[in-house]
Design a protein around this ligand. Structure first.
Ligand code: FMN
Length: 337
């Protein structure tokens, strides 16, 4: 497929301006490699891995493709296996050249990425944060809107945020939140972005690490099916997130974002594939190989869930996003003639 080139593509060496968002433990090496192979940027979320697992995951993805594999480091110290600094060290030691930072101040870390010859991407929720990120040396800014799936760092919708961020900074901008198909990518490019960052759409792929029921729930969900909440706060307190409105969410008295949550740390609802117990209201999404009541776990998803209507190979998703974006851009420019 002919490349759909933007300044983002030149900056990080990819064919198409499609980023597979870091989606926690759902972002497997197979998923990142499939996206990279199709000419997008494949990403691994590293904050929930120790140093050995970071090296192994990066190596597995990077050896499976000639494309580019990036990593994400969450900077909020109240979550994660390693400190952000140790997580970054492990990522750079593993050999990555693209590091994305989210949920915190990236300024203390960006120089280390540059010293290693890498590119630093920083997720922001306002134009002011975007300016601060580029003042600190960010090479790419990711503008995440409130309709996004997973943990959220903005009160503003992508539609309103994106042009503000694009006007504020001189570096490539990537749009995150609410993008689910090629029309969304075309809209983001039109609003001033240089690429699209797709989370929920890639959860519903064959290579994702999501449990089968979680993928099916996303495919079945309309755009109205999510809830913005602080409910699943064990493991990452006080950070709002968007999830599908499952029975667990409906039954919890504190599901509205500032309410008190029920359940206790000692109440176990499911088990990891290796048998480790998972407590009720933990921040862990349902993964392949888990057992127990996986329906009680957070089904992180954005309002874009309405647009993810099938589980496909990730490479096909990338190709479809690019061809549909190209068609939407052609339609829009024909309408303007
Ligand atoms: C299952 C899941 C896990 C996520 N984990 C992370 C993460 O580890 N780090 C991060 O910066 N963002 C994380 N996010 C947010 C995504 O990077 C992205 O901003 C969001 O999915 C974009 O909205 P969309 O789902 O509508 O595409 C996660 C999102 C989902 C759905």
């Amino acid at each position: 497929m002919a490349p759909l080139q933007t300044p983002l593509c030149a900056k990080i060496g990819i064919d198409h301006p499609v980023v597979q968002a870091p989606v926690g433990s759902v972002s497997t090496p197979a998923l990142a490699a499939a996206v990279a192979d199709a000419g997008g940027l494949g990403m691994l979320a590293m904050s929930w891995r120790d140093a050995d697992a970071i090296r192994d995951a990066y190596t597995e993805a990077a050896t499976a493709t000639d494309g580019v594999i990036g990593v994400n480091v969450v900077l909020d110290e109240s979550t994660g296996v390693l400190s952000p600094s140790a997580c970054l060290d492990a990522c750079l030691d593993a050999g990555t050249s693209v590091v994305s930072f989210s949920f915190g101040d990236a300024e203390p870390y960006i120089d280390r990425v540059h010293e290693a010859g890498g590119t630093a991407m920083v997720t922001v929720g306002s134009a002011a944060e975007a300016e601060a990120a580029t003042d600190a040396g960010a090479d790419v800014v990711v503008a995440q809107g409130r309709e996004a799936g997973g943990h959220i760092q903005s009160d503003v919708t992508t539609m309103a945020l994106l042009p503000r961020v694009a006007d504020a900074v001189p570096v490539p901008v990537v749009a995150a939140g609410g993008l689910g198909d090629g029309r969304g990518l075309a809209a983001a490019l039109t609003l001033g972005a240089d690429g699209g960052w797709f989370g929920t759409r890639f959860v519903a792929t064959e290579e994702s690490g999501a449990h089968e029921t979680y993928r099916e729930r996303i495919v079945d969900a309309p755009e109205t099916a999510t809830r913005f909440t602080e409910l699943f706060d064990r493991g990452w307190p006080d950070q709002p997130h968007r999830v599908l409105e499952t029975d667990e969410v409906r039954q919890q008295p504190g599901a509205d974002s500032d309410g008190e949550t029920g359940g206790s740390d000692s109440e176990q609802v499911a088990r990891m594939p290796d048998g480790e117990p998972i407590s009720r209201l933990a921040d862990m999404p349902p993964l392949d190989g888990m057992t127990g009541d996986v329906e009680a776990l957070p089904h992180y998803a954005g309002q874009s869930a309405g647009l993810a209507q099938d589980v496909r190979p990730a490479g096909e998703v990338v190709a479809r996003l690019v061809s549909d974006a190209r068609a939407a851009l052609a339609d829009a420019s024909a309408a303007a003639e």
